[in-house]
Write a protein that binds this ligand. Structure first.
Ligand code: GLC
Length: 553
């Protein structure tokens, strides 16, 4: 693999780290995280090895949906700092070679946004058509209601003008009317503004909603995405759109831009994520194999974003009712852990019962999957959730820097958990000193992932293992091969992989100090409970001699 390619198309094997400025590090002692605090942690992020930061919304907001309800797209929430602080942060991240993307939430605004205030002020307002109004809304499809605990309709009557406005999410988040060319121009202006300040792209919130609400009002709603992408590419060739598109594969591919890849640069792979949770619940490789076999290769230069958890509920909406119940039973049996009837408001380490071997295996699996891994802050140290926080806030708790918490000198706005997953036991400072910690494991995985661009760029083939709990896949690019093998169960296993075309090579385990022979086109691999191996096929002459330590003297 030529490194020049991987730096031009940097997103194809980036390691993306999602964080909320509000909960990462408080720099001014008011109990709320801010840009000054975050900037002080850049060296930590750099040493972790992540290459791109995804900032959750940091714009002015009434904060009724944790910042996903924006009142000004061109500024910084004063609680988090100033534009000056933002620029200082960007400069520091750039100095350490890290890119930054941010949430682009333009499906809707806050109902407190001046545009909406103007829009609702009168039917004749120049902003009226910036939102979606109707005298006689269509009856609601209950399945379309995203937050059924709080909403029972997608339309809200506005008393003053007697019309209903459309909201895909909460009623305080009116949908923008992207069929209006002025709105589309404004969205491009927002992208242009933040790109000028150094952003390398955006995580695009709720993309199918954005497209769908244009419906039949535009000849081709997807052309809007293509236009945005073209606009960005004109301004900055290496900028990306990473889309939140939770759809079955067959519907999702259109969001890359049907074969030619001119729309979203990357899409999150919600299907693989959900099938992986099913696989973890069953300790069976099958669901992962199905997803990998079903998903198509993204168009040239595009990429999948792979993840196991994010800032929202662990949505299991694409599993069958029975499958979802299996995951609930395994990882969230209590009602309070479940949310919206489709998901869990928990973090991965607590769902896996704090079993370090299993947690390490799960993240090894994630990073070995074909795609670009996206990590949610705190995953690298194994943070749990705090179910005392409301709804999805349970997983959006302060980062745990030290035994006392270390997030803020004041009382934090959101509370850390107590006990097994509290900061006394799970924190950055302790794990930095412990060579066997999850943090060290993450550093190793990220380093290896970056050394193995085959994983993200290569041709991916699922291998037969003959063992129900062991999943194996190989990734080939430019004549080099990496094979990844993971044992989902807590009992040891032995598998045989057929690697006929690699008969003249040896396998080096990149996660352990081991080499293996391929004999008659096959290799036998003992797998420890929850064991994982990343095997690079290398010519025999490149192998260290068996008594390397002696010859080296
Ligand atoms: C996306 C976000 C979620 C937010 C919603 C509305 O799904 O991930 O957190 O509530 O959009 O903006």
């Amino acid at each position: 693999m030529r490194l020049t390619y991987t730096s031009d198309l940097w997103w194809k094997n980036a390691v993306i780290y999602c964080l909320d400025v509000e909960t990462y590090k408080d720099g001014d002692g008011d109990g709320i995280g801010d840009f000054r605090g975050l900037t002080q942690q850049i060296d930590y992020l750099n040493s972790l090895g992540v290459t791109c930061l995804w900032l959750m919304p940091f714009f002015p907001t009434p904060n009724k949906d944790d910042g996903y309800d924006i009142t000004d797209f061109y500024s910084v929430d004063p609680r988090l700092g100033t534009l000056g602080d933002f620029v200082e942060f960007m400069r520091t991240a750039k100095d350490r070679g890290m890119r930054v993307i941010a949430d682009l939430v333009v499906n809707h605004t806050s109902d407190q946004h001046p545009w909406f205030k103007a829009s609702r002020s009168s039917k004749d307002s120049p902003y009226r058509d910036w939102y979606v109004w109707s005298d006689t809304p269509e009856p609601d499809d209950p399945k379309a209601i995203v937050f059924p605990d709080k909403e029972d309709s997608l339309w809200e009557l506005d008393e003053k003008t007697g019309q209903y406005y459309f909201h895909s999410f909460y009623r305080f988040q009116p949908d923008l009317n992207v069929a209006n060319p002025e709105v589309r121009d404004e969205i491009a202006r927002i992208l242009g503004f933040w790109m000028e300040l150094g952003l390398s792209g955006f995580r695009v919130d709720a993309v199918p909603f954005l497209i769908e609400n244009v419906g039949d009002k535009l000849p081709d709603p997807h052309a809007f995405l293509a236009d945005l992408r073209a606009f960005m590419s004109r301004r900055e060739g290496g900028s990306i759109l990473l889309g939140e598109v939770n759809l079955p594969y067959k519907d999702l591919v259109a969001y890359f831009g049907d074969g030619n890849g001119d729309q979203l640069t990357m899409c999150f792979d919600f299907i693989l994520m959900q099938r992986t949770w099913l696989a973890l619940a069953r300790n069976e490789a099958g669901p992962i194999v199905e997803a990998l076999s079903a998903r198509s290769k993204p168009p040239k230069d595009s990429q999948w974003g792979t993840f196991l958890r994010n800032h929202d509920e662990l949505t299991l909406d694409k599993l069958s009712d029975e499958e979802r119940q299996e995951v609930f039973d395994a990882f969230g049996p209590e009602k309070d852990m479940q949310i919206y009837g489709r998901g869990l408001r928990r973090r991965l380490p607590s769902m896996l019962g704090g079993d370090l071997r299993r947690i390490k295996m799960a993240y090894s699996l994630l990073l070995s999957m074909p795609g670009t891994p996206v990590i949610f802050y705190g995953e690298e140290i194994g943070m749990g959730e705090n179910l005392d926080e409301e709804g999805r806030m349970a997983v959006r708790i302060p980062m745990q820097w030290s035994r006392s918490g270390g997030f803020s000198d004041a009382t934090p706005v959101r509370k850390t958990p107590k006990g097994t997953f509290g900061p006394e036991r799970v924190n950055v400072a302790d794990q930095k000193r412990d060579p066997d910690s999850l943090l060290r494991w993450f550093q190793l995985l990220i380093e290896r992932y970056r050394e193995c661009p085959e994983l993200a760029w290569g041709e991916n083939t699922v291998l037969k293992t003959g063992h129900p709990a062991v999943v194996a896949h190989r990734c080939d690019a430019d004549g080099s091969t990496v094979v990844a093998v993971h044992n989902l169960s807590d009992t040891a296993a032995e598998v045989e992989l057929v690697l006929k075309d690699l008969g003249d090579r040896m396998l080096t385990d990149l996660l352990a100090d081991e080499t293996m022979e391929i004999i008659d086109g096959k290799v036998r691999l003992p797998m420890s409970p929850h064991g994982c191996r990343w095997l690079r096929a290398a010519p025999r002459e490149d192998m260290p001699p068996e008594d390397a330590s002696i010859t080296a003297q």
